[in-house]
Design a protein around this ligand. Structure first.
Ligand SMILES: NC(=O)c1ccc[n+]([C@@H]2O[C@H](COP(=O)([O-])OP(=O)(O)OC[C@H]3O[C@@H](n4cnc5c(N)ncnc54)[C@H](OP(=O)(O)O)[C@@H]3O)[C@@H](O)[C@H]2O)c1
Length: 343
C-alpha cells in the first residue's frame, strides 16, 4: 500500500516520504480500515519533528518513531476485523483515532490502510463526508474531555473560547453552544465571521483587543491558544468560574525544547486540589469509546458541523503540515485519499 513514512525525526519537508509498504496486520482487538480521509493537527507536527524531546520517552520512539507512519485521525471503510472485535464488520463506514493513549505518537493514518483499536472508532454518521468525519476525532476528544463531557458547562453560563477558529476551538464553540452556554470566541481578524457562523454569540479579535481588559467575567475560560494563564485571567473569571488550559505550544515557539507545554499543564494539575478556579481532580476520564459515541451523536443531530479549511492529497502531507503551521487555517486541514476523491 502507499503510505507517508518517516525514518527519523525532523522537519516534515525533509523526513516524510511517500512509499510502498506492507499493509498492516490487524490485531485481535483492532479494525483494518481502508482510509478515505485523515486529518492534521499540531500533535502530528510534534511527533514528526520529535519536538519536544520528552515525547520520545513517552512512547513515540527514542531515536526514531516506533510507528513510521504519522497521523492519528482517520475515516474510512472497514476491510476486516480482529477476532475479538464485536462492534464493527467489513464495509462499515467508521471514523476515529488510530492511537491508544495520548496523541504524542504516530498512529499510521497517512496510508491507504490503517489498523485502529476498536475502542477508538465509531460508525460514521451518514450525514457527513469522510473528510468531515476525519476532521473530528482528536480535536473533538480534546474539546469534550476538557469540558468533562459537559460537566463544566451549565445552560446560561458565559464561556469564552480562546483560539476559537482552530481545530479544537471550532468544535469547542459548537459544544459550548450545544451545552446551552453564551459563547464568546477569540481569534484573529479574518476568522471572526467563521466563528460567528459556528454560533458564537460574541466574537473578539485578539489582534485588536485584549478581552481581559473588557471588564467582563466568564464562568469558563477555555484556553486553546494557551497564551493566557490563570493569574492573568483572574479578573475575567467569575469567583466560582473555571480556567482550562489546553496546552498549545505554537509549534515549539512558546515553550521549551525538552518538555514543551507539559510543565505548565502538570503544574495546574498539581495546583487543582487547592485552587477552586481549576478543574478539580475528582473526575474519572470517560473512555474513548463513550466520548466517540457522544461526538457521533452531536454530528448526527447537526450540533457539530466540522469546519474544513483545505484538503490535500496523501502525497502532499508535508505541505499540509506546513500549511497548518504557517497558513492560519480556519478549522481543519484534511488529507483526502485518491480513491475517496474519485468515488
Ligand atoms: N489538553 C489536552 O487534553 C490536549 C491533548 C492533546 C493535544 N492538546 C493540544 O491541543 C492543541 C490543539 O489545538 P488546535 O488543533 O485547536 O490548534 P490550531 O488549529 O493551531 O488552533 C489554534 C487557534 O488559536 C489561534 N490563536 C493564535 N494565537 C492566539 C491568541 N494570542 N489569542 C487567541 N487565539 C490565538 C490561532 O489563530 P492564528 O491563525 O491567528 O494563529 C488558531 O486559530 C495542540 O497544541 C495540542 O498539543 C491538548
Amino acid at each position: 500500500m502507499k503510505a507517508i513514512v518517516q525514518d527519523k525525526y525532523g522537519p516534515p519537508d525533509e523526513v516524510l516520504h511517500l512509499r510502498e509498504i506492507d499493509k498492516p496486520v490487524v490485531g485481535d482487538d483492532e479494525v483494518l480500515v481502508h482510509v478515505h480521509a485523515a486529518s492534521v493537527h499540531p500533535d502530528v507536527w510534534h511527533v514528526v519533528t520529535g519536538w519536544p524531546y520528552v515525547l520520545r520517552l513517552m512512547g513515540a520512539g527514542l531515536r526514531k518513531p516506533k510507528n513510521p507512519v504519522p497521523g492519528t485521525d482517520v475515516a474510512g471503510i472497514v476491510e476486516s476485523v480482529g477476532k475479538n472485535v464485536t462492534q464493527f464488520q467489513p464495509y462499515d463506514e467508521v471514523f476515529g483515532e488510530c492511537v491508544r493513549g495520548h496523541q504524542w505518537t504516530n498512529g499510521g493514518a497517512y496510508a491507504e490502510y490503517v489498523s485502529a483499536p476498536e475502542e477508538a472508532l465509531a460508525l460514521k454518521p451518514a450525514n457527513i463526508t469522510f473528510e468531515q468525519a476525519a476532521a473530528v476525532p482528536t480535536s473533538g476528544l480534546i474539546a469534550l474531555w476538557n469540558f468533562r463531557n459537559g460537566e463544566l458547562v451549565e445552560p446560561g453560563q458565559k464561556v469564552l473560547i480562546n483560539g476559537a477558529a482552530g481545530g479544537v476551538g471550532t468544535i469547542a464553540v459548537q459544544l459550548a453552544k450545544a451545552f446551552g452556554a453564551e459563547v464568546s470566541g477569540v481569534d484573529s481578524t479574518e476568522k471572526m465571521e467563521m466563528v460567528r457562523t459556528l454560533g458564537a454569540d460574541h466574537v473578539i479579535d485578539y489582534t485588536q483587543e485584549d478581552f481581559i481588559q473588557r471588564g467582563e467575567r466568564y464562568d469558563l475560560i477555555f484556553d486553546v491558544a494557551s497564551n493566557l494563564s490563570l493569574s492573568a485571567c483572574k479578573g475575567a473569571i467569575m469567583p466560582k468560574g473555571t480556567y482550562v488550559l489546553i496546552g498549545h505550544d505554537h509549534f515549539g515557539e512558546a515553550t521549551g525544547r525538552i518538555f514543551g507545554s507539559l510543565p505548565r499543564v502538570l503544574k495546574l494539575v498539581v495546583m487543582s486540589p487547592f485552587v477552586s478556579q481549576l478543574p478539580q481532580p475528582n473526575f474519572s476520564m470517560p473512555s474513548r469509546k463513550d466520548t466517540m459515541a457522544i461526538l457521533r451523536e452531536f454530528l448526527e443531530n447537526g450540533k457539530i458541523t466540522p469546519v474544513i479549511d483545505r484538503t490535500f492529497p496523501l502525497s502532499e502531507v508535508p505541505e499540509a503540515i506546513r500549511y497548518l503551521k504557517e497558513g492560519h487555517p480556519q478549522g481543519k486541514v484534511v488529507i483526502a485519499l485518491e480513491h475517496n476523491t474519485k468515488a
